[in-house]
Design a protein around this ligand. Sequence first.
Ligand SMILES: [Zn+2]
Length: 108
Amino acid sequence: MNFVCASKAITLKDFDRIRRTCMGDEKITPIMDTFIGDLKVIDLLKSTVTIEVANDDFFTKNMCEVCLNALFAVYKFKKQCQNTEAALKLLADNAFGTTTTLKEEGIS
Ligand SMILES: [Zn+2]
């Protein structure tokens, strides 16, 4: 996966033109109205990279397609990790009782 970052000087005058997550000025997508599948981009930003976008904040509310794809990849990785963790804990709970027991016994 390639991430494209614009490494150029910007000023406050550029805020309405640049993207929220990369400072690039490529094709824009409005954050507030965009979904990836049935997931709201604004919610994905908050839950994955802890960026909160509000209508009344000072910053741009646009993203580029590269960043949208990266955001979805991060979301998928987070879900994969959470699902794996839950499965491992369930397996350990079934085998040993509780994961707390594993820590106490130095197995984990
Ligand atoms: Zn971008």
